[in-house]
Design a protein around this ligand. Structure first.
Ligand code: GYE
Length: 306
């Protein structure tokens, strides 16, 4: 065969894959674990050349980072879209440049789904359902159970979908009412502020559902500041199941956390390499997850990796 052609094919197979990763921010301990996981997986792979940049919670900045990746002619782009919408243009630019895009952990809503190749992450709707099913099974009072929801970043896939799954299961069961649903940003500070505000208004719910552990930890502080016992006077549940959540469960302050696994690095690196060589990969790569409660926290804390 044509020797020239052989060389170029070999080039593709031996050249490092240049992977541009646009991290969404540093809002939570989940995010810290996720960022580390990607760095580590890339660091262990001699065939990956990682360029990682942090958008610090700004969509504009994230778009700018992606545009720079396109300019630098990376082989693959992976990013966690801070919110679901507003990506059509920049993703069309990546497509026009022939650069495949991996959505890591959060999804997008775009007109044309061929603008991204694969989603690697969790089923957030199911996470919301799991939280609600636990509340239904552990109904704290005989009458109506009043619930306060602390939402993550407005317009983000995990906030939208956790809320959707939670509502779905509650609406199928009598005796539960979400009396307030406040919008935060997945940080401990926002959880504390929102919960203080709710309590200052004189509302004491039986259950707080926070969209992530960091917000739950903030809510726990606010509940304590109000002279109440988190985990007892007010049941607190959340999502992620980080080490800090396990500690709070062992202290009896957090009642339950739905698992959301941030350790996506190895899958992202694998997908990036496959896409760089033109391989077809699944549209959705969904992480298998469960829930953890105070009863099992003691057993599981020692093996917790994030
Ligand atoms: O639950 C939260 C983080 O997108 C799944 O973002 C992620 C969420 C996670 O800040 O802690």
């Amino acid at each position: 065969s044509d020797p020239g052609q052989m060389t170029s094919r070999m080039d593709v197979n031996t050249r490092k894959t240049k992977l541009g990763v646009a991290v969404v921010g540093s809002e939570s301990s989940w995010r810290a674990a996720n960022t580390e996981s990607i760095k580590n997986a890339a660091g262990q792979d001699l065939n990956i050349d990682l360029i990682m940049q942090n958008a610090e919670g700004s969509q504009d900045k994230q778009i700018e980072i992606i545009r720079n990746f396109i300019k630098q002619k990376v082989d693959v782009i992976a990013f966690t879209p801070i919110v679901e919408t507003g990506w059509d243009n920049v993703l069309a630019e990546a497509k026009a440049a022939g650069i495949p895009v991996i959505l890591t952990d959060r999804k997008v809503k775009v007109e044309d789904d061929s603008l991204w190749t694969t989603f690697i992450g969790s089923d957030f709707v199911e996470e919301g359902r799991r939280a609600a099913r636990w509340v239904v099974e552990h109904k704290p009072v005989a009458g109506e159970t009043k619930i306060v929801e602390l939402q993550g970043t407005a317009g983000s896939a995990p906030a939208i979908e956790r809320r959707q799954g939670f509502d779905e299961v509650l609406s199928q069961n009598a005796g539960f009412r979400v009396i307030a649903s406040e919008i935060g940003d997945f940080t401990t500070e926002s959880g504390q502020q929102l919960m203080s505000k709710v309590l200052q208004q004189g509302t004491v719910p039986q259950v707080v559902f926070a969209h992530n552990d960091d917000m739950a930890l903030g809510a726990i502080k606010a509940i304590e500041q109000a002279g109440l016992k988190p985990g007892k006077d007010v049941v607190v549940i959340s999502v992620d199941a980080t080490k800090l959540a396990f500690q709070a469960m062992l202290a009896g302050k957090l009642n339950m956390s739905v698992e959301c696994n941030p350790l996506l690095g190895p899958q992202i690196i694998k997908a990036a390499k496959e896409l760089a060589t033109g391989k077809e990969i699944p549209v959705n790569i969904i992480t298998a997850e469960s829930i953890f409660s105070q009863e099992t926290a003691k057993r599981d804390v020692s093996t917790r990796k994030y």
